[in-house]
Design a protein around this ligand. Structure first.
Ligand SMILES: [Mg+2]
Length: 279
């Protein structure tokens, strides 16, 4: 039976972390997708162009669906192969922001000294992205931004993360209801997929709400201990820890990192579809 496989890209499907990918893991995953006729959705913080770049660079099959901008945009692939933003999803978020888009929200916070607007290409209709070079200003920034949005009656989720390579803080101001979990749930519903025929795979902070949700999900083994602990904690609190599988590297001698972790998740939740069993 086919599944809807929803996967994060960086350091989940793409082996671009410090750990080494098991040889043949990605090829085995594509073979499984092809054999079962499963559908594929990529779910990441990347914008559309960078999704397509990843497809080319890592020789990935073209997915059936794209959830980009950490959930703020869902793209459908037309019969001509062209990608177009899903109008239904756009409408839901437009309602959430009462017709405003990122350019309309920006003036509310643009005078805050700590915020540096990222390039225009990084912005999406319902997502506003900033760098916050001074990591120590985190609490002050979040409080100030939250206050400004509240005063304007704009409902938003503030997503804070850190780019360790620079280092700099990153702040995404997202329309309320635009997270990865909201977008994945919407996709499941709107593709008529039974919730128990879905597998989500992820590795880091913005994946945790989906990993801890009612949908079957796998955390790849290259995730940090902090993410493992938080995902486990939240899935218990949400009342369905049985829907979260932590990849361990126990499938056919593979290490459980990246695609090997996804295969392990398939074998755990869908042993008939997998053709492999976890011994
Ligand atoms: Mg990731």
């Amino acid at each position: 039976m086919p599944l809807l496989l929803c996967t994060d890209l960086d350091r989940t499907l793409l082996p671009n972390g410090p750990q080494t990918e098991s040889p043949g893991a990605r090829a085995a995953l594509w073979e499984w997708v092809r054999r079962t006729g499963s559908r594929l959705a990529f779910v990441s913080g990347r914008r559309l162009a960078l999704h397509l770049e990843a497809v080319a660079e890592y020789h990935l099959p073209m997915p059936d669906h794209l959830i980009a901008d950490v959930g703020a945009t869902i793209y459908d692939r037309g019969p001509d192969g062209e990608w177009a933003p899903n109008a239904g999803w756009h409408q839901i978020l437009a309602k959430s922001w009462q017709g405003r888009e990122w350019q309309d929200v920006l003036p509310l916070v643009s005078d805050l000294d700590e915020l540096e607007l990222q390039e225009e290409s990084e912005q999406a209709a319902h997502k506003l992205s900033f760098n916050v070079p001074d990591l120590r200003s985190r609490e002050r920034v979040l409080t100030n931004v939250r206050k400004r949005l509240n005063e304007a009656f704009i409902k938003a989720d503030l997503i804070w993360s850190v780019d360790e390579t620079v280092p700099t803080g990153l702040l995404d101001v997202m329309a309320k209801g635009a997270t990865k979990l909201d977008a994945v749930r919407w996709l499941v519903q709107n593709t008529g997929t039974a919730p128990d025929r879905v597998l989500y795979a992820g590795d880091s902070g913005n994946d945790i709400p989906v990993l801890a949700s009612e949908l079957p999900a796998v955390l790849v083994a290259n995730a940090t201990d902090e993410v493992r602990a938080e995902a486990l904690h939240l899935s218990l609190r949400n009342g369905h820890p049985e829907k979260l599988y932590l990849a361990k590297g126990i499938l056919s001698g593979m290490n459980g990192y990246y695609a090997a972790g996804i295969l392990e998740g398939i074998a755990h939740f869908f042993p008939d579809a997998s053709g492999e069993s976890l011994e």
